[in-house]
Every structure is written in structure tokens, then in C-alpha cells.
Design a protein around this ligand. Structure first.
Ligand code: BGC
Ligand code: CA
Length: 292
């Protein structure tokens, strides 16, 4: 399978965190370094939020006019129409050399978000959960680059990536309590090019993992721990992916980074969002529960 660049989207420095809003038929993603949230709807691109900070992840809420956005060290609620912050929902205490990174909402409407060492060396990062009530809990520490988060279709497992380990951790998951139980196993991806970054799941329960530096997305059977398919992307820094498309979530949208971190200026499609027609249905993104 091959992915193609969406021609009219801007090139992000570090494009990340794609999420499809099935209520609006819109795609959102962030440019972490550029400090932006972009939206794509009816072939039109719009920068729905911009700030002089890292914009590390975007998530849907129960109200389609509001998004959750994670910055360097806080989670804010953004009014999409006003393009501004309504309030800060949480702030975490992290070393100044860290920033937040990937996030995802679980089936009970909680936001899971993690942090990373910006030098990508020290295990100084953590994984947090923000409940709809506004309480934040730290659930894991000792993480170097907190990345992809997703749950099995029955919510009995949470899949989680700390990128430098080149593994997907598989935890038993308690959805009612929002807790990780014991680690069931690891899925080792060290034989594949690149390091695992963001991921999603399809309606058949298979994982789709963007390989940063590998220019591809792997489709993985988490039970058998084998790669069963892959999407070729014509640029190296594939960062994350999500299913979307008004046709019933049958397209895989893939974010990429612009030669980052090599800082080599080159004209091309790196940094754009790519699309692959998978003919496989994805799952509908969960929404963080907000009372407005
Ligand atoms: C981070 C990048 C990092 C990459 C590879 C991304 O999620 O935002 O800073 O280089 O993962 O681990
Ligand atoms: Ca990522």
C-alpha cells in the first residue's frame, strides 16, 4: 500500500497527533514546533489555533466547538471558533528540559497524555491521566519519549509506546477505574526501520504504527506480535496516523515531520499529511467529556 501527500496542506516542522472528528468530517493535527493546530475540512485547510508555545497534541471533546490541546506543560481547552484558550484544565510539574508529547482519549472520556525529554536521552518523562472531573494522576514514570497510546477494541488492553525502547508495551487495562494493571507483554519492533511513534487501531483490532525515520506505517497483529501489512510513505519522518474520511473511516491519514531533526532545508512533501486508501475501517475517536 502506498500513501500520497495531500497537496494543499502546509508543511509542518513536526506534524503530529492526527485525529478525525466524525461529527464534522474534519481532520485535526498539530505542528509541535510551529505551535499550531491545523484543521482540514472539505479540502480546505485552516489553522484553528496558534500560540507561542509547543502545541504537542490535540483531542476531541464532547462539544465539537471545543478541542483539548496539550502545550509544553499544560492541557488547555480551546474554543475553535474564537481560536483562543478558554481555560487551563491541568498543569504538570516537569523538568524544564521536558515537554508533553502524544495524547489520546479513552472510551470513558479521560485524556491520557505523556511527556518526553527534549534531548531524547533521559527517562525523565511520565504518563498522566486527566479525568473528566479535572483531576490529574501520574500513572507511569521513567519514560524517555512518551508516544503512541491506544486501546484494544474490548478495552481490556492498553498499547503504549516509549519510542527509544522500539517496543509496544501491552498493559492489561481497567476501563472503569482508568488504571493500568500488569504488563502483559511487549511487541518488539527493533528489527524494523525507524522507531515506533504514534499509532491507531482498526475495526479488526490490528494496530497501525508510524515508524519515525522509517518512512512507513506498520499494520501489526498484536496477538501474534507480527507485522501483517505496511503503508509506504515517500518521506522518512512518519510520526502518527489515524483513520478518517466521510466514507466510513476507510482512509489512513499520516502526519510527517519536515526533515526534523536534521534541519536540512529541502523542498518536498515532508511535513505534509499523507493519505492511504486502506479499504479497512478505523475506529471513531473518543471524546473528552466537557461541561460547558
Ligand atoms: C516527538 C519527537 C521525537 C519523535 C521520535 C515524536 O513524538 O515529538 O520529538 O523526535 O517522536 O521519537
Ligand atoms: Ca508522536
Amino acid at each position: 500500500m502506498k500513501a500520497q501527500a495531500i497537496y494543499n496542506v502546509p508543511r509542518s516542522i513536526l506534524g503530529e497527533g492526527p485525529v478525525w472528528d466524525d461529527r464534522l468530517n474534519a481532520l485535526y493535527w498539530v505542528d509541535i514546533i510551529g505551535g499550531k493546530v491545523h484543521g482540514l475540512k472539505d479540502n480546505r485547510v485552516d489553522t484553528v489555533f496558534q500560540i507561542n508555545d509547543f502545541v504537542t497534541c490535540v483531542a476531541l471533546t464532547s462539544n465539537p466547538n471545543y478541542l483539548l490541546v496539550t502545550l509544553k506543560d499544560r492541557v488547555v481547552l480551546v474554543d475553535v471558533n474564537a481560536r483562543s484558550i478558554v481555560k487551563t484544565l491541568a498543569k504538570v510539574d516537569e523538568p524544564s528540559t521536558n515537554r508533553l508529547n502524544d495524547c489520546k482519549v479513552d472510551a470513558a472520556g479521560r485524556l491520557w497524555f505523556g511527556s518526553m525529554d527534549m534531548n531524547e536521552r533521559e527517562p525523565s518523562g511520565s504518563l498522566y491521566v486527566l479525568d473528566p472531573s479535572g483531576t490529574v494522576r501520574k500513572v507511569l514514570s521513567g519514560v524517555t519519549i512518551s508516544n503512541g497510546i491506544v486501546w484494544s477494541l474490548d478495552n481490556k488492553f492498553m498499547y503504549y509506546i516509549d519510542s527509544p525502547t522500539r517496543k509496544i508495551m501491552v498493559f492489561r487495562f481497567d476501563l472503569d477505574k482508568g488504571e493500568l494493571m500488569n504488563k502483559a507483554m511487549d511487541i518488539d519492533l527493533s528489527r524494523h526501520e525507524g522507531i515506533p511513534d504514534g499509532m491507531t487501531i482498526d475495526s479488526e483490532g490490528y494496530l497501525w504504527v508510524a515508524m519515525y525515520g522509517g518512512g512507513r506505517v506498520l499494520r501489526i497483529d498484536p496477538g501474534k506480535r507480527v507485522v501483517i501489512d505496511e503503508v509506504d510513505v515517500p518521506v522518512s519522518y512518519t510520526t502518527s496516523c489515524t483513520f478518517g474520511g466521510g466514507d466510513g473511516l476507510m482512509s489512513l491519514y499520516i502526519t510527517t515531520a519536515r526533515n526534523y531533526p536534521r534541519e536540512v532545508e529541502r523542498e518536498g512533501d515532508d511535513g505534509k499529511v499523507f493519505i492511504a486508501n486502506t479499504e479497512i475501517r478505523g475506529y471513531t475517536a473518543n471524546k473528552y467529556l466537557v461541561n460547558l
